[in-house]
Ligand binder design. Structure first.
Ligand code: SF4
Length: 460
């Protein structure tokens, strides 16, 4: 078993038994479940909208190289610099170079899972740069020295009481503050940082080929402040965020807000097409866009797993997943958790080390059911399992067990060879892993043949 697999099992075993954790998660996911159906009503024909979104993403991903080059050409024409990074290390080195050139001491950052993926904050801390998370949920997580718990709602596992306690401990605020008071405290702290910061970093919800723009969606205005106040704006984005045209946003923005947070439209939707232009008064003087691969082309290489690149990171599959709801986001110990995380992480990182995630599923298909871009998530989990077996990543006992199963399933005489007791003993011994957390399997005393013969006899 890989190190990541044992960590996953240990953490999820503890979390699954933590009733307080389950209560908080259920509370927050229930709030989400109450508003999503309302937001869905804004679509005349939701299924057609989802299918259309899937087709647009299919087109974008099938032509990924050309689309990205079109984006580069168009945004470069407006003064932005595009940097292609194959790995996390390359992206970090480029960010480090820009920060050094700008003599950066403080950097403000809006919520971005890609920067979590490359561990940007850790890297910046080593360079002596203070990186401040400006999204409230991320700010809470940074204060608590914890990674995000969920790709959309980073502090979903914390109650308002937990946050009030954290602020009192870390910021010295009076105990028991209300959510409004806590927000005002964070606001006051963060406003100063936007003014101080030399560099602002954002992600991108979408990158748009035909206009050379990036689209950033958020509810707090912190993304806008992070990219507009500092003199230098760095965008870090995965290459899969591409959309062919600006007009596609009219479909993707409401889909993202509906499935992500149950809003008709997110509060702030910003489209940025380069740094401040000659005739403009506001905005950064320089803009860099880092296009990150970091394993995404591994998903692209296989026509089956390629579909995972359609993901718009709405988080709906996490909220719908019975496994996620029990073990929570941190048990996965990966940047992307839940069903989509289990699908993409083995390809972004290492199949051997992370193949266990593909088994952390009941294969109920709820994730596929709720995905706005109709990614066949549960089938992709099966594809990962298939790939792992093809690469020889299955234990000897498992291989022997399945061989025996196949042999006996194809031959009735073998099935009839022993009685139920012997079969139960053999199967429960060979499938020890299965019975560790489940009741033993019990085979019927009589074989199917025997039962059939008896039935036929009674008919006479
Ligand atoms: S896979 Fe689908 S449901 Fe899950 S985060 Fe991505 S877009 Fe949302």
């Amino acid at each position: 078993m890989s190190k990541s697999a044992s960590t996953f099992i240990a953490k999820s075993t503890v979390k699954a038994a933590n009733l307080d954790h389950r209560r908080k998660i259920n509370f927050n996911i229930n709030k989400y479940n109450a508003v999503v159906p309302q937001a869905k009503l804004q679509f005349n024909d939701l299924m057609t909208a989802r299918e259309q979104a899937k087709i647009i993403k299919w087109k974008a991903i099938e032509n990924l190289g050309a689309m990205l080059e079109q984006f580069e050409k168009n945004i470069s024409a407006r003064g932005a610099k595009v940097i292609w990074a194959e790995t996390a290390e390359e992206a970090l080195t480029e960010i480090g170079k820009i920060c050094k050139a700008k003599n950066c001491k403080t950097l403000v950052k809006s919520k971005s899972m890609v920067t979590e993926e490359i561990h940007l904050n850790k890297y910046l801390a080593k360079q002596g740069i203070e990186s401040v998370e400006t999204d409230l949920g991320e700010y809470i997580q940074q204060l608590d020295d914890e990674p995000p718990y969920h790709i959309v709602t980073p502090a979903m596992h914390k109650s308002k009481e937990d946050v009030a306690k954290l602020f009192a401990e870390k910021l010295g605020t009076p105990e028991g503050l209300s959510p409004q008071q806590l927000t005002l405290v964070a606001r006051e702290k963060l406003r100063k940082k936007y003014v101080e910061a030399e560099v602002g970093v954002t992600g991108a919800n979408f990158i748009i080929a035909d206009t050379g723009s990036i689209s950033v969606t958020e509810n707090e205005g912190n993304g806008r402040l992070s990219c507009a106040f500092p003199k230098t704006h760095i965008v870090v984005t995965g290459i899969e965020k591409i959309l062919p045209s600006l007009t596609d946003l009219s479909l993707f923005l409401p889909l993202l807000s509906t499935f992500g947070t149950g809003q008709k439209v997110t509060v702030y939707n910003t489209i940025i097409s380069g740094p401040k232009q000659k005739n403009e008064a506001d905005g950064p003087e320089e803009m860099y866009v880092i296009l990150l691969d970091n394993g995404r082309t591994n998903l692209l290489a296989n026509p089956k797993t390629r579909e995972a690149l359609y993901c718009i990171r709405c988080g709906a599959c996490l909220n719908a997943c019975p496994v996620y709801k029990n073990i929570g986001g941190h048990s996965y110990d990966t940047t992307y958790s839940g069903p989509i995380g289990s699908v993409i992480t083995p390809h972004l990182k290492n199949l051997k080390e992370y193949k266990h995630l593909s088994y952390a599923s009941s294969l109920c298909g709820n994730c596929t059911e709720v995905c706005p871009v109709r990614i066949n998530l549960h089938e992709l989990l099966l594809e990962n399992r298939y790939e792992a077996v093809q690469e020889g990543d299955s234990g000897v006992a498992e291989r022997v067990a399945w061989k025996m199963w196949k042999l006996s399933s194809l031959k009735r005489s073998m099935m009839n060879m022993s009685n139920g007791n012997t079969k139960s003993k053999v199967v429960n011994t060979l499938f020890k892993g299965w019975t560790k957390n489940r009741a033993d399997l019990h085979f019927s005393e009589k074989t199917f043949n025997e039962m059939w013969k008896e039935k036929e006899k009674h008919k006479l």
